[in-house]
Design a protein around this ligand. Structure first.
Ligand code: C2E
Ligand code: MG
Ligand code: MG
Length: 779
């Protein structure tokens, strides 16, 4: 077993194994250098031996033998010489070494056999000389082949074998003794060769390892050099840079103008040049316990992100700090931008709702702090945004923001944009007079016309609700909601005004909520809901062309409530569709019975349009009542056209397509855009009552009434003057060219004959209640 293992190990040791290509190459290269020497020894020894026997042995032995050997050796040397510059592959190395192994055995055997064949022709001296040549040739060859141990052993085995067998067979005591000596010498030589070979293998392996480590190191260094991260190492004592990768140099080149050094002089420079206060950095780097350490360094407009880590030996000994760093200017900019976007409104740059609210809460949570809050809402912004486009709307908001900033530039006053056209101002006191004065200044500043477009300036207004802390609320939420209530009151008071929160406002909001509940219930039962009709007459006053259906609501507690109050509640609560359908059905049914064949005009809110439900509701009402579509007129306000214009126009067009007429209501109160008159072919334009009344006093209003009337005539559209209360109004609008009139001068809105007794009864009840209340009031 052990013998087998030993043989296997021997075979492995001497065989040419391709598993270690570096060793094989080293063997090949060493052998290549020694092969000419080897052949020289062989050939020279053969010739000297052959010449020594030239007169004793036959010529074919003494001359031809060396000649053949010389030929073979020359052939090998020439072949070797020709291929010495050709790049050898691993495979070729292996095959060459294997060939050398075989050749060593074959040549050893052939040359030994040739030398021994001369033996019988010589005397004792010559025979001893043959033995001598044999042994020196074998030893010389073995040493020449020392790097290819297998070949050297083959020579030793073959040459030694021939020698021993031959000379032992002579039974000459001298030759037997010589054999023993040769055995010893060959044995020792084999040991020496094996030892040298092992050293050679070790040396080759060590150098291979060193080379691969060196390759690995230079690869690593190249990788670090090419890394997208800048790396520098510094001397721990002096903090002088002793290594900087290419990225470091490239980055330094970019910021060279900010530093007192050049990228090419980086090595040997102290890292203090990067810091304004190097002592602090030095203190940190002095102690490896502080590492890793991160820092951001500002260098002019650039920002450096620096990470310092400790480089240690395998045993943990501190070698020095390593700095990895990057230029993060762009990242820092984006970070700041994101921060800005999260806290500030992108359009105006003002603090956004969240930031404003946070600041409000912060101030309120500071004990003893007093705060004033102004809730600013723009009047007419939506109109501008919808009609002039969002670009103009955005520019307008930016200008509003800068006017607000200018009007509120006192210390600790904060302006924020809460969203859309809502802004807020936070003041550091709860002085009502000062807050109201500021509100007036803001309203005045925002009311000055804005020069946004090349063709005309734009004017909007602002309403402001105010609340003071701690008087009106102690939390941000309470204060905001109260300022919002005050704003609602300001809007209700006619816009362009400011209102300070009052507890009654809260009651009003609650009233509104109660009103909504009551309206919802009323719409279920329809008790107390009526439709009154007001005639619209031709300008000469003799023909009623139409009657406008106007909804009325009698509230059991509050009496008659104006549609001006409950229609907006219905619009905001979504009850308007139900209310609208009630009026539409009632009006169509009623008009179907009118003997004079007058049309009926039904008001439709903007919030009923654009939902795709109106056309069906109208068709249903016409179908149920049997009213001819041509006798129904739908009145829409100009603002209804400002929503989703295309859809609304399509809806109105489809109404017109089956004969229903469409009138533009309250022209003059809204945007008064002639563009709207052209956008849709209205059948009638109703000029608002306030406008009509102003026309008597103000020539400019009269001119507009005239312009609309003229435009109506040109378009073949009738123009109705609303709110005609006096003969003067009638004369004026007749003069300006209106074709029809509506107003108290002719008739107030009246209930139907069917409703009249009930309305009468309710009015009487109302009068009694009024009387009772008056009686309760002490004289
Ligand atoms: P409108 O459509 O412009 O209706 C005309 C308003 O002017 C009516 O007020 C009418 O009573 C009033 N009026 C008529 N002649 C005169 C006058 O000579 N002098 C004055 N000072 N006023 C006059 P009312 O009925 O209070 O309606 C107010 C508004 O409520 C209506 O304005 C309309 O926009 C809305 N409204 C009324 N009924 C409905 C309805 O059924 N549906 C919808 N969506 N809105 C309605
Ligand atoms: Mg109307
Ligand atoms: Mg009107």
């Amino acid at each position: 077993m052990t013998l087998k293992r030993a043989v296997l190990r021997f075979v492995a040791f001497v065989s040419v194994r391709s598993s270690n290509p570096e060793l094989l190459r080293a063997q090949f290269s060493a052998l290549s250098r020694l092969i000419p020497l080897l052949y020289f020894v062989l050939v020279a020894n053969a010739w000297v031996l052959g010449i020594a026997f030239i007169h004793h042995a036959p010529i074919w032995l003494s001359v031809y033998g060396p000649l053949v050997l010389t030929g073979v050796c020359l052939l090998r040397v020439v072949l070797w010489w020709r291929k010495r510059h050709v790049a050898v592959t691993d495979q070729r190395v292996v095959s060459e070494l294997r060939r050398a192994n075989v050749l060593a055995g074959v040549l050893g055997a052939a040359s030994s056999a040739w030398a021994l064949s001369l033996f019988p022709y010589g005397d004792a001296y010559a025979q001893s000389y043959v033995a001598f040549v044999l042994i020196v040739s074998a030893l010389g060859t073995m040493f020449c082949l020392a790097h290819l141990c297998s070949a050297a052993l083959a020579v030793a085995t073959v040459g030694g074998g021939f020698f021993i067998c031959f000379f032992l067979a002579t039974e000459n005591p001298i030759f037997v003794a010589m054999t023993v000596n040769v055995l010893l010498v060959i044995g020792v030589s084999v040991v020496v060769i094996l030892t040298q070979y092992r050293d050679f293998v070790r040396m080759v392996n060590a150098s291979t390892e060193a080379m691969s480590r060196e390759r690995e190191q230079s690869r690593l260094l190249r990788m670090i050099d090419d890394m997208p991260v800048a790396v520098m190492t510094v001397e721990p004592d002096t903090l002088n840079i002793n290594y900087a990768n290419e990225t470091s140099k490239r980055l330094i080149r970019r910021i060279e103008h900010l530093l007192p050094l050049k990228a090419d002089d980086l090595l040997g420079t102290c890292i203090d040049v990067f810091h304004r206060h190097p002592q602090h950095q030095r203190r940190i780097l002095a102690d490896p316990a502080n590492l890793p350490h991160n820092a951001r360094i500002k260098l002019g407009p650039e920002v450096l992100d620096l990470k310092v880590s400790a480089v240690t030996e395998n045993d943990g000994a501190y070698i020095g700090p390593m700095l990895t760093w990057a230029l993060v200017t762009k990242e820092v900019e984006s970070e700041q931008r994101i921060l800005q976007m999260a806290h500030y409104d992108t359009l105006t740059g003002l603090p956004n709702r969240a930031t404003f609210y946070e600041e409000l809460e912060r101030r309120l949570s500071t004990p003893g702090n007093r705060v004033g809050l102004l809730f600013v809402d723009l009047d007419g912004f939506k109109l501008v945004n919808d009609t002039r486009g969002h670009r103009i709307g955005d520019t307008l908001l930016t200008q509003v923001a800068s006017r607000l900033r200018a009007a509120c530039n006192t210390p600790a006053t904060m302006v924020g944009r809460l969203g859309g056209d809502e802004f807020a101002v936070l003041v550091p006191h709860d002085n009502a007079e000062e807050t109201e004065a500021l509100a007036r200044r803001v309203i005045e500043a925002l009311g000055v016309p804005y020069d946004l477009d090349y063709d005309r300036s734009i004017q909007i207004g602002a309403s402001i609700g105010m609340a003071l802390a701690p008087r009106h609320g102690e939390t941000g939420e309470a204060l905001l909601s109260r300022a919002d209530m005050a704003l609602y009151a300001a809007k209700a008071a006619g816009k362009g005004v400011s209102r300070m929160f009052m507890p009654e406002m809260e009651t009003r909001i609650q009233d509104r909520i109660r009103l909504e509940g009551k309206l919802r219930a009323t719409l279920e039962t329809r008790e107390g809901l009526f439709v009154f009709y007001q005639p619209i007459v031709a300008i000469n006053g003799d023909v009623v062309t139409a009657r406008e259906a106007l909804v009325r609501w009698y509230h059991p507690q509050r009496g008659w409530i104006s549609p001006g109050e409950f229609v907006p509640v219905a619009e905001q609560s979504g009850l308007i569709d139900q209310l609208g359908a009630f009026v539409l059905d009632a009006a169509c049914r009623e008009a179907a019975g009118w003997a004079d064949g007058a049309r009926v005009a039904v008001n439709v809110s903007a919030s009923q349009l654009g939902k795709g439900t109106l056309v069906c509701a109208v068709q249903d009402a016409l179908a149920v009542s049997g009213l001819m579509p041509g006798r129904l007129e739908i009145e829409v306000m100009e603002t209804a056209l400002l929503g989703d214009e295309q859809e609304i126009i399509a809806e109105l067009n489809s109404l017109r397509s089956f004969g229903v007429r469409v009138a533009l209501d309250d022209f003059g109160t809204g945007y008064s855009s002639l563009a709207h008159l052209r956008a849709f072919p209205f059948d009638k334009i109703k000029i608002d009552g306030s406008f009509v009344r102003d026309a008597v006093e103000r020539p400019d209003c009269a001119a507009v009434v005239q312009a609309v009337a003229t435009l109506g005539r040109r378009l073949g559209v009738s123009t109705v003057a609303e709110g005609v209360e006096t003969q003067a109004h009638l004369d004026r609008v007749r003069e300006e060219g209106c074709s029809e009139v509506q107003g108290y001068l002719f008739s107030r809105p009246q209930p139907t004959d069917r409703d009249a007794p009930m309305v009468e009864e309710l009015n009487r009840a109302e009068a009694r209640k009024r009387q009772a209340r008056q009686n309760q009031v002490p004289a």
